[in-house]
Design a binder for this molecule. Structure first.
Ligand code: AVJ
Length: 322
């Protein structure tokens, strides 16, 4: 086995600077928000893995069912020798792609990109051990800020799974798709997993589970701010709220102050006064209609080549050619 190699695109200082800039803007905005990027410290990444095992959180299982069926076809269409995965996390479902692509004999390199060094190190090490013929080249970075450079030899398949594309609003999505497209040569590929619009009750259960794991995941971002920005958020004074926005067709996660609170963020030299009941938005998770994904991809020069849906029609994976 070859040891994984790591590339740090976002070192601790740059990450700290990005966090400071982002939080200052978001927490002084009206209404207040925190970018979902910061949910994924090592504890947050673990909590997200726990979420994926909850009975109410269907997207991971649905996408796995899709990939189990579609991976061989994806491998044959793409014939790529490099798999780049954006927001790879634990890279669990990725193995279905790795299996299909190595079975064809094409794949040489796996490039997981993630914001959490702990998740990146663990998944890269496990995959390097289980796929000894692969070069595993982990990239620590924030793919919403910058992507490149990506390894350029051969032909690449960029995978963006899990429905993470739903964390981007329409403008961010357009920019993101355009950036990915600009990194790819004609004939290379993008694979996107998108959660579909469905009945709000199912969605709300998935984003506000009775065991409270999602609530813990959401509140954890305040612990990140306390630790990284010398903050004094009383984490227990916030409750997790999930809302379905029928106009935007997205879920919002918010943290609601149970009482009026004064919060000090020492590293920003910032004091916030939150009203009782005031909410901070921590994530949007957009749900899609397939025609929308197709047209957004087409707008930036991708051609959707194939799409696969799970038996319950909850989740779709799109394979698009650059
Ligand atoms: C990791 C972004 C796909 O939006 O469903 C899970 C994150 N948030 N529960 C999602 C999440 C609340 C998740 N993604």
């Amino acid at each position: 086995m070859r040891s994984p190699v790591f590339d740090v695109r976002l070192d601790e200082r740059a990450a700290a600077e990005a966090l400071r800039a982002d939080v200052r803007v978001g927490l002084t905005d009206v209404p207040r928000w925190i970018s979902p990027t910061w949910l994924y410290d090592s504890r947050g990444s673990e909590l997200f893995d726990e979420i994926t095992q909850l009975p109410e959180y269907y997207p991971t299982r649905a996408e796995r069912a899709v990939l189990r069926r579609a991976a061989p076809e994806i491998a044959v269409s793409a014939r790529a020798n490099t798999l780049v995965e954006l927001g790879s996390g634990s890279a669990d479902k990725t193995r279905l792609l790795l299996d299909a692509m190595t079975a064809l004999g094409d794949l040489r390199r796996y490039v997981p990109v993630d914001i959490s060094m702990s998740a990146l190190r663990q998944s890269s090490t496990e995959i390097a051990a289980d796929y000894p013929e692969l070069d595993v080249h982990g990239v620590l970075g924030d793919f919403t800020r910058e992507l490149g450079p990506l390894p350029a030899e051969g032909s690449r398949l960029v995978a963006f799974l899990g429905g993470t594309v739903g964390n981007l609003d329409p403008d961010q999505r357009r920019l993101f798709y355009r950036t990915v497209r600009s990194h790819l040569r004609t004939g290379e590929w993008l694979l996107v997993g998108a959660d579909l619009v469905k009945d709000p009750a199912t969605l709300l259960r998935a984003y506000d589970d009775p065991a409270g794991v999602t609530a813990e995941f959401d509140r954890n971002v305040l612990r990140v701010l306390n630790r990284e920005l010398d903050g004094d958020f009383d984490v227990d004074a916030f409750e997790h709220v999930a809302r379905w926005d029928p106009q935007e067709e997205w879920i919002e996660m918010r943290l609601r102050a149970r009482r009026p609170l004064r919060v000090r963020l020492g590293a920003l030299d910032l004091t916030l006064d939150l009203a009782g009941g005031e909410e901070i938005r921590t994530e949007i998770s957009a749900k899609f209609r397939p025609e929308r994904v197709r047209s957004e991809l087409a707008d930036v020069g991708f051609a959707v080549n194939a799409e696969w849906t799970d038996p319950e029609h909850g989740f779709t994976v799109f394979l698009a050619a650059a």
